[in-house]
Design a protein. Structure first.
Length: 62
């Protein structure tokens, strides 16, 4: 079976009003959404570390 397509909601930029609503709903966010955010942060951190590592390797090699 084909993999589930990602929701298009994530790509759409929320308007200012929607953003304010989201901030208010932050406390009652679903655990899966929170876990998703934590995961994204971890991934970004890892990617940044990889970039730093690449740059330092380039500096050593150069």
């Amino acid at each position: 079976h084909p993999s589930k397509p990602r929701g298009k909601k994530a790509k759409k930029k929320p308007s200012a009003e929607e953003e304010e609503e989201e901030e208010g709903a932050l406390l009652e966010e679903s655990p899966s959404k929170i876990a998703e955010d934590v995961l994204k942060e971890k991934m970004e951190k890892i990617q940044k570390e990889k970039q730093v590592r690449r740059q330092s390797f380039a500096a050593i090699a150069g």
